[in-house]
Every structure is written in structure tokens, then in C-alpha cells.
Design a protein around this ligand. Structure first.
Ligand SMILES: Nc1nc2c(c(=O)[nH]1)N[C@H]1C(S)=C(S)[C@@H](COP(=O)(O)OP(=O)(O)OC[C@H]3O[C@@H](n4cnc5c(=O)[nH]c(N)nc54)[C@H](O)[C@@H]3O)O[C@H]1N2
Ligand SMILES: Nc1nc2c(c(=O)[nH]1)N[C@H]1C(S)=C(S)[C@@H](COP(=O)(O)OP(=O)(O)OC[C@H]3O[C@@H](n4cnc5c(=O)[nH]c(N)nc54)[C@H](O)[C@@H]3O)O[C@H]1N2
Ligand code: SF4
Ligand SMILES: [Mo]
Length: 726
């Protein structure tokens, strides 16, 4: 019997709608759901592989317990009850001996619920959730809360000037954002692209600025200077709704077009004309882009400078510009901060958060200030900053504590929906740390190199086997379960609640299933999850300039061009540019041996970070890790397209295949991230070849490379050398 069922894809963020053709309980075909309110039937190359993913022979289908040495590759199957009992008992013992802070969590990109893990950690008593949060979007969110009390998404469809700054949605968001950008251009929007590579967006752009990686803050200060000097800013908005304008003006003063050009590989004319275009084409918006977040030292100040540009140009909270706040009635839905239950974590435990002394803005000191300022706003207008996006421990400090037991011992860790050996920098350090743990628990689809080091692995179901409430400030969509979970797979809520019930948290987990949580969260709208499923999404009505009624959720109630919170925490309160330590200008001696500027992790389809490497159809499209060089550079080095090369930095080296393309500058190299080889042996230290082509072997995480405010480490703006492979 054939049946069509609606479901959704979670193989990356947007949660596109799926239609599953099911025969005798088995998915036989996957296509896009034409009635989905956002994806409208579109499906990307990766989404089309959902069937291969759900039924892949490498999927973990029962809980596993390590047999023999860590990483030896021998496993014993357990039931969920047995596995949860054993893990809970060990966690309880470790908490008694070392304190709750001995348990850490590693976070990946947001692929599952995550408020569930935060709730568990708050109730368990540990502040030590760490992971990719320091580098991916989260510091930008925290910065925007500190600057104007919320996060902007940009009104792509109505804008007249769209700036893609370190952002390549043609490869990173092909179904959601990219078609909207093409539509905006059709509607007459100007497109400015700031990217060292000639990406497809750059080819379509009105202005393309091929910037030297890591120097964007200098360009932003250059734009700010021109906009201020030439009085292109919104004087009325600046006078009534901002503080710190004179400080900003002073900070930008030295960034003349000439100086910016010397720093950025751009010409003075490019700097001037792009600034004028942005400031005089109204309304305008700048998207969030990972190209800024991945530059380490400058990442947080880049987010600050971008916020200041949005504000003084008069684009905040207007149609076609940078809307702020939650639309009515979406804002009524119970937000992540509340469901995370952050108030459960006592002050004395918050004070133990690792790394918060060094990077205070992104730990509890910054978060609690953001939260306090936010409290002046009605929650319906602006949901409070949720801790998962704005308050984490620093991964390096957490891994140090695993290895050295300083300042205290971190003996246990849980990774759910994260592959830290592939996604975090300084791979050898992560490896040494994970090996030291008394207890390492992983919730996964597959045995990844990280999971291979675990003591227990729990099988997590695919998105089509569970539900989700997809919530953004402007809309909310109920994501339906397509099939019942296969084998012994469960969703992450069941995992956390299973542990919670065994560790004395029962009264705080009254919802038996995740669907009960959705109903609880939706209750203020008067809808149930099932009703929302029928309704095909809930859309909010956009409202603009609500600051005229509520002010901004910052300490002063205004847009803080000079940030009070940064100043209180001893961070630079006004945007500042810093030369990256490993750059042609930052270390000229080093640049002699490592002459190319290295960027990593530029997105490509159909892979998502370290995923899909075991899926044949995906590997056919991209069999090997690639590094890209300009034809002139390859020629000078005596290298040819397709040969295996060695990419080395002062930290380590990897093997990749060479791609030759004039889309990159002669002075740079662009290397894939996320590469391991599921076809290789599992047994450590091979770990599926995790040390062969993993570009994070070249990415550092020491304090000289990290942004002092948020601890963002660099995956870009580094130096490397490319030579023939040994
Ligand atoms: N060099 C370099 N490194 C980078 C980047 C870069 O550009 N360059 N990008 C960084 C960025 S922006 C990010 S966000 C991180 C991403 O870091 P990660 O999120 O750690 O990356 P993934 O490889 O996607 O790993 C997620 C793992 O979780 C599993 N998984 C996926 N969905 C689920 C789920 O719903 N439940 C469970 N339990 N498991 C699931 C997958 O099988 C996979 O093994 O990487 C960062 N690392
Ligand atoms: N196919 C695919 N899609 C993905 C992912 C994936 O792994 N694969 N990951 C998802 C995740 S978690 C994220 S965070 C998003 C990220 O999505 P994007 O923001 O599009 O991120 P990237 O492709 O990493 O980088 C964007 C651009 O930044 C440029 N860049 C690098 N360094 C610099 C710099 O110093 N300055 C400037 N101005 N530009 C620079 C690169 O050339 C690149 O074109 O993608 C998401 N979508
Ligand atoms: S863009 Fe592709 S992978 Fe991402 S959710 Fe949509 S269909 Fe899935
Ligand atoms: Mo990310």
C-alpha cells in the first residue's frame, strides 16, 4: 500500500517540508512538500538524500557500550534503560566526587532541540556547555543584544540594497535565502558582496569587494568614517536613539580610504564607492555571514561594527531594512530562554563556568547583563537572549580542564549533534582531552571519529522520525513526524529526560514526550501542535519602529554605539580593528615560510560540515577534500589540478586534492573542512582517518588568536604553505 506523508528535513537549518512516499511502512521516495509555507516544494541535493540517510547501514540503531580500550572499535549492545541507568549512575558518582561542574557538553551547529540539554545541565548544576557556539552566529546575537537589544534578520524581499558580507548562501542556504536574494535583485535591489572569493553572488553583484581575509573591521571602520564625514548617516535617529556617536566617530577617524586600502587589498575608490552606495540606497540591509564570525581575533568587533553601520545608516527596524523584535502573535510562544530554565543554575555554579574569566562577554557575566537589559522589554516583543546562543564555556578551557584537572577536574562529557574532533580547532588537544575522560557519552546518527572515543553511544532518530516546532521571530511552523522511529532510535528529548528522571529532576520534566512540550509552548497562542500542523504555519504581522514605544533593550534604552556592557566587562566598547597574528602584515617572518592566506570551510554541496561522508551519492559528487589555489599560484609552485598536495601551517599539515581556479586571489588558499573517511579503520589512532585531511589540525585556539570578548577562534585569516604531497 502506498501512502504520502508530510514530514521535514533537518539535514541543515531551514527545516524544509518533505513529502514521503511510503510503501508498507518504508520510505520509497522523498520529494519537496509544495504546501510547505517556506520551502514551497523546493528541496536541495542534500535533502534528496534523506532516504539514504534514514536507512544507511552505518546508522547506530541500539545503544552501544565500549568493550575494551577507548577507541578500540569494540562495542556491546544495550537497551536504552540499561544504558541510561549506567550513565546516570556514573554521572551521579562523579558529581558527588568532583562537583556538578565536572560534566561538560560539546555543542555543534543547532541541529536538534538543544533547550533540552540546557535544561538538563542547569538542573544537574553544570555551567560547562561549550562548542561551536563561540564562532557561529551566537556571538553576533549576543553583540546585537548588547548594541540594540535584539537580533536582526534583514528584510531581504523589500530591501533596495543588500550586503552579503562574508556570506555565500548559494552554497550554504540554497533553498531558503538564496532564492530570496535573486528575487530581491529582480525587485531592483543593489547587491554588494564582500568576499575574498569570486562566489556566484559576486558575479551577480553590483559591487564586489575581494577583501583580504580577516581585515573586514578595517573596511567597516572605513565605511563608518565616510558615512560620518560625508553626513550620509541618519542624523535624527543618531541624535534621538543612540549613545556614543562621538566615540564611534573618533574610532573611525584614522581609517581613511588610503589606510583601509593598504590593509584590505582593496583600492581607495572601492572603499569610498561601496560605502556611499550602502549609505545612500534606502532601505539597506547587511546579512549575517560566517565569513566574519570565523576570523577569530576580529570576529566580535566585526559584529559590533556591522551593528553600528546598521544603526547609523537609519536602517534599524524599518521595512526593507533590519527589522527587530518578534512579530505578533509569534512572540507569545514560550521562548527558549524560559524552557532552558536558566534560573535553576545557582550563582555559585555559574561562577565556575570555564573560560568566562578570560572571555567574559560570552559567558555568564555578559549574558546576565544582556538579560537584565532585556527585562525592560515585554517578552512578546523581544524574547530574552537564550543561553544556548549567548552564554557558553570556552572549549579550550574545558578541554584543558579535562587534561590538567585545572582549575578543577572535568571528568565527564556528553556530545549530542556535534562532532568535536572535526569541527573544533586544535584537533590534537581535543583528542587528548576526550581520551582522558572517565565518561564520554555521545548521541549520534553514526559512529563518527568523536563517537568512536565514547564509552556510550545513543542512537538518535532522524528528523523524519520525530517532530519539531520551528520558531523564528516572524513565523512558526509545526514539523510533522513522517514515520515512527526505526529500531531503538529516539529523539534527543527522550535522551535528556531519560537521564533527568534518573538524576532527581523528575518534577521539572512534566512533559512525557516532546510533543507535550510543543503544546505547552504554544498554549499562549491558543493553538495545539496538531492544530498548528493543520494550519500550515503561523505567520506574524511585521511591525516597525517599535523602539518608539519600548526603547531598545540595552542598559541605556538606546542603541549603544559605545557599549556599556562591553565597558563594564573591560572589553573595547567601541569597534576596533586588530591585525590577525598570523597574516602577511601580522608576522612577516612567518609569512616568508607560510606565504598564503588560508581560509577554510567555505560551504559546498551536498556536504554539511563533517556529514554525508558515508553516503555514496554524496561522495560521488565530492569524493575527496579539496584545496583551491589561483592558476598563477599553482603554476609558480609547480602544482597541477587534481594532484594530492600538502597544506601546512605552523600547527600541522593535511593532505588534500588541488583544485585550480581563478575565483580565489593569488595570495590565498581556500581549504575544505570536515573531512574524515568512514571507509577507513575505526580503531584509534586511525579513527576513520581523522588526522589525514582535517583542516582544523591547522587552526589554532590560543588566546592570541581568539577575540578577547567572546573567545571566537579562527577558521579563516590564517597562514599556510601548499606543496607537493610526500
Ligand atoms: N575549519 C573549519 N571548521 C569549522 C567551520 C569552518 O568553516 N571551518 N565551521 C564551523 C561551524 S560554523 C560550525 S556550526 C561547526 C559545526 O560543527 P558540528 O555541528 O559539530 O558539525 P557536524 O559535522 O555537522 O556534526 C554534527 C554531528 O551531529 C550528528 N547529528 C546531526 N543532526 C543530529 C541530530 O539531530 N541529533 C543528533 N544526536 N546528532 C545529529 C551528525 O551525524 C554529525 O556527526 O563547525 C565549525 N567548524
Ligand atoms: N553546504 C553546506 N551548507 C551549510 C553548512 C555546510 O557545512 N555545508 N553549514 C551551515 C552553517 S553551520 C553555517 S554557520 C553556514 C555558514 O554559511 P556562510 O555564512 O555562507 O559561510 P561560509 O561558506 O563558511 O563562508 C562565507 C564566505 O565567507 C568568505 N570568507 C572567508 N573568510 C572571510 C573573511 O575574512 N572576510 C570575508 N568578508 N569573507 C570571508 C568565504 O570566501 C565564503 O564565501 O552554512 C550553513 N550551511
Ligand atoms: S536546505 Fe536541503 S538539507 Fe537543508 S533542510 Fe532544506 S532540504 Fe534539508
Ligand atoms: Mo555554523
Amino acid at each position: 500500500m502506498t501512502e504520502m506523508r508530510r514530514s521535514y528535513c533537518g539535514l541543515c537549518h531551514p527545516r524544509c517540508g518533505l513529502l514521503l512516499e511510503i510503501e508498507n511502512g518504508t520510505i520509497v521516495k522523498v520529494k519537496g512538500d509544495p504546501h510547505h509555507p517556506i520551502s514551497k516544494g523546493r528541496l536541495c541535493q542534500r535533502g534528496r538524500l534523506m532516504r539514504d540517510h534514514v536507512y544507511h547501514p552505518d546508522r547506530i540503531n541500539t545503544p552501544l557500550k565500549r568493550k575494551g580500550d577507548k577507541g578500540a572499535g569494540h562495542w556491546q549492545q544495550l537497551t536504552w534503560d540499561q544504558a541510561l541507568d549506567e550513565v546516570a549512575e556514573q554521572l551521579s558518582g562523579l558529581r558527588e566526587q568532583y562537583g556538578a561542574e565536572t560534566l561538560a557538553f560539546t555543542h555543534g551547529t543547532k541541529r536538534t532541540y538543544h533547550w533540552d540539554e540546557r535544561r538538563f545541565f542547569n538542573l544537574f548544576g553544570s555551567p560547562n556547555i561549550c562548542g561551536a557556539n563561540n564562532i557561529c552566529m551566537c556571538p553576533s546575537q549576543a553583540v546585537e543584544f548588547a548594541t540594540y537589544g535584539g537580533f536582526t534578520w534583514g528584510d531581504v524581499i523589500h530591501t533596495k540594497c543588500l550586503v552579503l558580507w562574508g556570506h555565500a548562501p548559494s552554497k550554504s542556504n540554497p533553498i531558503g535565502l538564496y532564492p530570496m536574494i535573486l528575487q530581491a535583485q529582480k525587485n531592483g535591489a543593489q547587491l554588494i558582496v564582500v568576499d575574498p572569493r569570486r562566489i556566484p553572488e559576486a558575479e551577480k553583484a553590483d559591487i564586489w569587494l575581494p577583501i583580504r581575509p580577516g581585515t573586514d573591521v578595517a573596511l567597516m571602520l572605513g565605511w563608518l568614517r565616510i558615512i560620518i564625514e560625508e553626513k550620509l548617516y541618519d542624523a535624527e535617529f543618531v541624535a534621538n536613539w543612540t549613545i556614543g556617536f562621538e566615540d564611534l566617530k573618533a574610532a573611525a577617524a584614522e581609517y581613511t580610504p588610503q589606510k583601509v586600502a593598504e590593509i584590505t587589498w582593496l583600492s581607495p575608490e572601492q572603499v569610498v564607492s561601496s560605502a556611499r552606495r550602502y549609505a545612500t540606497t534606502k532601505p539597506a540591509m547587511i546579512t549575517w555571514g560566517f565569513g566574519l564570525d570565523k576570523q577569530g581575533l576580529n570576529a566580535t568587533q566585526a559584529a559590533r561594527a556591522r551593528s553600528c553601520l546598521r544603526a547609523i545608516s537609519g536602517n534599524l527596524d524599518i521595512k526593507g531594512g533590519e527589522p527587530l523584535g518578534w512579530n505578533e502573535p509569534i512572540g507569545k510562544i514560550i521562548g527558549d530562554e524560559e524552557i532552558e530554565f536558566n534560573s535553576a543554575l545557582p550563582q555559585e555554579q555559574r561562577a565556575k563556568q570555564l573560560g568566562a574569566d578570560q572571555y567574559p562577554f560570552f559567558g555568564f557575566p555578559g549574558w546576565s547583563r544582556n538579560l537584565k537589559a532585556n527585562r525592560r522589554m515585554p517578552t512578546e516583543y523581544m524574547h530574552p537572549p537564550h543561553a544556548d546562543m549567548t552564554c557558553v564555556a570556552h572549549a579550550r578551557s574545558v578541554f584543558d580542564a579535562m587534561i590538567t584537572a585545572k582549575p578543577y577536574a572535568v571528568k565527564a562529557a556528553i556530545s549530542v549533534a556535534s562532532n568535536p574532533l572535526l569541527s573544533l580547532p586544535n584537533v590534537q588537544h581535543t583528542y587528548q582531552a576526550l581520551k582522558q575522560l572517565a565518561l564520554y557519552v555521545v548521541g549520534e546518527f553514526y559512529l563518527t571519529p568523536s563517537a568512536a572515543l565514547a564509552d556510550y553511544v545513543f542512537p538518535i532518530c532522524s528528523t523524519v522520525e520525530t517532530t519539531e516546532l520551528w520558531l523564528t521571530p516572524s513565523f512558526c511552523v509545526a514539523c510533522p513526524r513522517g514515520i515512527d522511529p526505526l529500531y531503538e532510535r529516539h529523539n534527543t528529548y527522550d535522551f535528556w529526560r531519560g537521564l533527568a528522571l534518573r538524576l532527581g529532576q523528575k518534577e521539572h520534566w512534566p512533559w512525557e514526550t516532546v510533543d507535550d512540550v510543543w503544546n505547552y509552548r504554544l498554549a499562549p497562542t491558543g493553538l495545539t501542535f496538531d492544530q498548528l500542523l493543520e494550519k500550515n504555519g503561523l505567520f506574524g504581522r511585521p511591525q516597525y519602529k517599535r523602539y518608539e514605544k519600548f526603547g531598545f533593550g540595552t542598559p541605556s534604552g538606546k542603541v549603544e554605539l559605545r557599549s556599556t556592557i562591553f565597558a563594564e566587562l573591560g572589553c573595547e566598547p567601541v569597534p576596533v580593528y586588530r591585525e590577525p597574528p598570523h597574516s602577511p602584515k601580522g608576522d612577516m617572518t612567518l609569512a616568508k615560510s607560510f606565504p598564503l592566506v588560508l581560509i577554510t570551510g567555505s560551504r559546498f554541496m551536498p556536504m554539511y560540515h563533517s556529514e554525508q561522508r558515508q553516503i555514496q551519492a554524496a561522495r560521488k559528487k565530492r569524493p575527496d577534500p579539496l584545496v583551491t589555489l589561483h592558476p598563477d599560484t599553482a603554476k609558480t609552485l609547480g602544482l597541477t589540478e587534481g594532484e594530492w598536495v600538502k597544506v601546512a601551517s605552523p600547527l600541522g599539515s593535511v593532505r588534500m586534492r588541488l583544485r585550480v581556479s581563478d575565483t580565489v586571489d593569488q595570495r590565498m588558499a581556500d581549504a575544505d573542512h570536515g573531512w574524515w573517511f568512514p571507509e577507513r579503520p575505526q580503531k584509534a589512532p586511525e579513527l576513520f582517518g581523522v588526522f589525514k585531511s582535517n583542516i582544523n589540525l591547522l587552526c589554532p585556539d590560543g588566546p592570541e588568536f581568539c577575540s578577547p570578548e567572546s573567545g571566537s577562534w579562527p577558521h579563516s585569516a590564517l597562514l599556510c604553505r601548499v606543496s607537493k604531497a610526500d
